[in-house]
Write a protein that binds this ligand. Structure first.
Ligand code: PBG
Length: 340
């Protein structure tokens, strides 16, 4: 008998009754394998300039741009909730073509990182490493026409990303998360951190990031919608099979990535599973992106779905697919539900 012959192993009905394991709640609990725990979730935070700012993001209910002075209160709450960490995104007061603020030791993200480490030294603080939040054109790096068309200049951006990541580490980032899908970015950042005295700072690489319409609300949040064009010359095509994601992950690992991320998550569970199967020893993160969050918020506000049940089911699906940790805007909700 073939062990994968599911109809004859171990026996058929009525010897086998699948419902036996579902009959008692206690047995169901015993055989359950996946749990959503706040400690495995990372909460993104949007940091803007000014003081006493708490500017709600219309398309992301429950989230706001906050100024640096709000970080103490925010991080104290996050720590009390037992959330695994935060991921900081900076929104500078002034954007320019090169995203200079992101390289400045007094830039918005550097100030925020320093303040976060003072406000809550024990919280894991991850910084997003990219240029789209900082450039006036909203693209993920410097633009040039070296390829014959106006596009993000790969190798110039790669060098700048290494500088940006180093300045984040100098400001106190516990981990850096490059999100730009620039070829060679992980290797450049690893080299920059190692040479700069930060060989211990891990890289969580957005290894397989798709050119997705699910990022819409995020681009409102950080005001980073590209002023023209899109990101399809560097982010992945959703219509390509997961093999390409495996190549991306293999390259990032070879360049020194410590954790790899798949983004978005919900429409890419097949990619998560295939990466986990192929690289079982590598910590795998899923980014439950803004559009995934906002869809649930909107439907729940209408009373069309159960907010809590659907959120937890979605996060369980990501774990079941193979994600070890999840970046999610629902982290506080999950922690509060667990505490109830
Ligand atoms: C780029 C970045 C993006 C997101 C995280 N990092 C946007 C993009 O690629 O356009 C999207 C996250 C989300 O939608 O929640 N710095």
């Amino acid at each position: 008998m073939e062990s994968d012959d599911l109809t004859s192993f171990p026996a058929t009905f009525p010897t086998t009754r699948m419902r036996r394991l579902r009959h008692l709640p206690a047995v169901r609990a015993l055989v359950q394998e996946f749990q959503v725990s706040a400690s495995k979730l990372i909460l993104p935070l949007f940091i803007c300039s000014g003081t006493k700012v708490r500017k709600p993001i219309a398309s992301m209910p429950g989230h706001a741009q906050i100024s640096i002075d709000q970080l103490h209160e925010e991080l104290t709450e996050i720590q009390a909730l037992g959330i695994g960490g935060v991921m900081l995104f900076g929104i500078p007061a002034e954007k320019d073509a090169k995203g200079c603020d992101s390289l400045n030791s007094d830039g918005i993200i550097q100030q925020a990182l320093r303040a976060a480490k003072v406000a809550a030294p024990d919280i894991l603080v991850i910084s997003d490493v990219c240029f789209c939040e900082y450039t006036d054109h909203g693209h993920c790096g410097v633009l040039s026409e070296t390829t014959g068309q106006m596009d993000v200049d790969n190798d110039a951006t790669r060098e700048l990303l290494a500088r940006q990541a180093l300045s984040h580490a100098e400001a106190g980032a516990d981990m850096v998360a490059p999100s730009g899908m620039i070829d060679g970015m992980v290797g450049a950042i690893r080299g920059g951190l190692d040479d700069g005295g930060y060989p211990h700072v891990p890289i969580m690489s957005y290894a397989a990031k798709y050119a997705s319409s699910f990022y819409g609300p995020f681009r409102d949040a950080v005001e980073s919608a590209p002023s023209s064009g899109d990101r399809r010359s560097h982010q992945m095509d959703p219509a390509v099979s997961a093999g390409q994601a495996l190549r991306e992950v293999a390259l990032d690992l070879a360049e020194g990535a410590d954790i790899v991320m798949i983004k978005p998550a919900l429409a890419y569970l097949d990619v998560i599973t295939k990466v986990k199967d192929r690289f079982p020893g590598v910590p795998l993160a899923a980014y439950n992106v803004s559009g995934e969050y906002s869809m649930i918020q909107a439907a729940a506000e209408q009373g069309w779905i159960d907010h809590r049940a659907v959120t937890l089911e979605m996060l369980i699906a990501m774990h079941r697919a193979g994600a070890n940790l999840i970046v999610t805007y629902a982290a506080k909700d999950v922690a509060r539900w667990a505490a109830e």
